[in-house]
Design a protein around this ligand. Structure first.
Ligand code: B12
Ligand code: SF4
Ligand code: SF4
Length: 304
């Protein structure tokens, strides 16, 4: 199975993935996810409860699964928006689900040549991607809960391939956060505690996932300037220095028109123009009405 691993590793590099590691599918995930759900940290993302059995047992997704191949794909490290109305780095360009799916299908084909059956996901399936990325030796889970790599930090997408092939696996690496607590301290809503993020307080939840028409006052205040997502806990991480050993896919860069558009123009933008602006973006999933709600919320919280 060494040959299969070499083949998929080579193909992944050709397709632009920046890292690959392999974890045993039966790796012990502990109780953290169920505890997080019991504590209500998932807010109203009820699909996370429904996915729990599959998350805890990948064999329910792919009978006979032996390994989880984890991959990283870089996104831009610079915030391309000028002025308020910031958009999280991962969402500045085209929709990564669409970008990565054909690449994963290609890797699936490579593994089929070695007799494997696969299931592939990138933020699109009931797999604990952060857990398996750490178990596959790609990095460690920081105090913000995200995967941090010694060469590259946390600004990357995770993708996974469940496979029936018994590939050689990797060893997890030690946590290198040391005495640093910068991410916890930088979180504008104090959503981070003991290495976990409470979605009920996280601006990424409020600006991307929440269907509610308003947020609690302390969240509204912190939402100021955040149009979509939040990178505050990652911006302060010392492992996210600007020097990157990896190139960034041009599809993930922000279109110039969006980068330069002032927040006031966005606030008054007709529906049709919005649709055109976010046609290929992951923001399309959140929808124009909620993006307008986000602008409204932060305008209201800090009247000029
Ligand atoms: C739901 C979700 C969200 C929710 C909830 C976030 C949260 N608190 O988990 C919201 C909308 C808030 C969100 C926000 C963001 N998200 Co998100 N999100 C997810 C999703 C779909 C599931 C995460 C989840 O289940 N969380 C619940 C926690 C408890 O489970 P978990 O993360 O899997 O944690 C496991 C480990 O923590 C493990 N564990 C931890 N410590 C230990 C110790 C031991 C000993 C053991 C045994 C286990 C263990 O136990 C858990 C279960 O296995 C994943 C994709 C996926 N399928 O995994 C993306 C994902 C985690 N998100 C991602 C990103 C980029 C973000 C944002 C940065 C986006 C932004 N800029 O706005 C923020 C970051 C917020 C933060 N600090 O976590 C990336 C992370 C990439 C990376 N480098 O790690 C992912 C992996 C998507 C992807 N494929 O790229 N997200
Ligand atoms: S994404 Fe923002 S709000 Fe959420 S935990 Fe990180 S800093 Fe806090
Ligand atoms: S900011 Fe500090 S504590 Fe947080 S992930 Fe980075 S090194 Fe770890």
């Amino acid at each position: 199975m060494k040959a299969a691993r070499q083949a998929v590793q080579y193909a992944a590099e050709q397709l632009g993935f920046s890292g690959l590691g392999v974890a045993p599918a039966c790796a012990d995930q502990g109780d953290m996810l169920s505890q997080w759900l019991r504590d209500g940290c998932h807010a109203d993302m009820h699909w996370l409860e429904h996915h729990l059995p599959m998350r805890q047992n990948p064999a329910l997704l792919l009978p006979g699964v032996r390994c989880v191949i984890m991959l990283t794909y870089e996104y831009p490290r610079l915030d391309a928006r000028r002025g308020p109305g910031s958009i999280a780095r991962y969402a500045q360009g085209e929709d990564y689900h669409k970008l990565l799916a054909p690449k994963l299908a290609d890797l699936d084909e490579t593994l089929q040549l070695y007799g494997g059956t696969q299931k592939c996901f990138s933020d699109s399936g009931p797999v604990s991607e952060r857990f398996f990325a750490a178990a596959a030796g790609l990095g460690w889970l920081g105090r913000h809960g995200l995967l941090v790599r010694p060469h590259g930090g946390s600004f990357c997408f995770l993708s996974c391939i469940l496979t029936t092939l018994p590939l050689p696996t990797d060893q997890p690496m030690p946590n290198r956060c040391g005495t640093c607590h910068r991410c916890e301290q930088a979180c504008p809503t104090h959503a981070l505690q003991d290495g976990r993020c409470d979605a009920r307080r996280c601006l990424a939840y409020w600006t991307i996932e929440s269907k509610q028409t308003s947020a609690p006052p302390e969240i509204q205040k912190a939402m100021h300037g955040h149009l979509y997502g939040c990178d505050a806990c990652q911006e302060v991480c010392p492992w996210n220095g600007l020097s990157s050993p990896h190139d960034v896919d041009l599809h993930l860069l922000m279109p110039a028109r969006l980068a330069a558009m002032p927040q006031e123009t966005l606030a008054d933008l007709p529906e049709e123009d919005w649709m055109h602006l976010i046609a290929n973006s992951p923001m399309r999933r959140t929808g124009v009405a909620h993006l307008r709600r986000n602008i409204q919320t932060f305008s209201n919280s800090f009247p000029s």
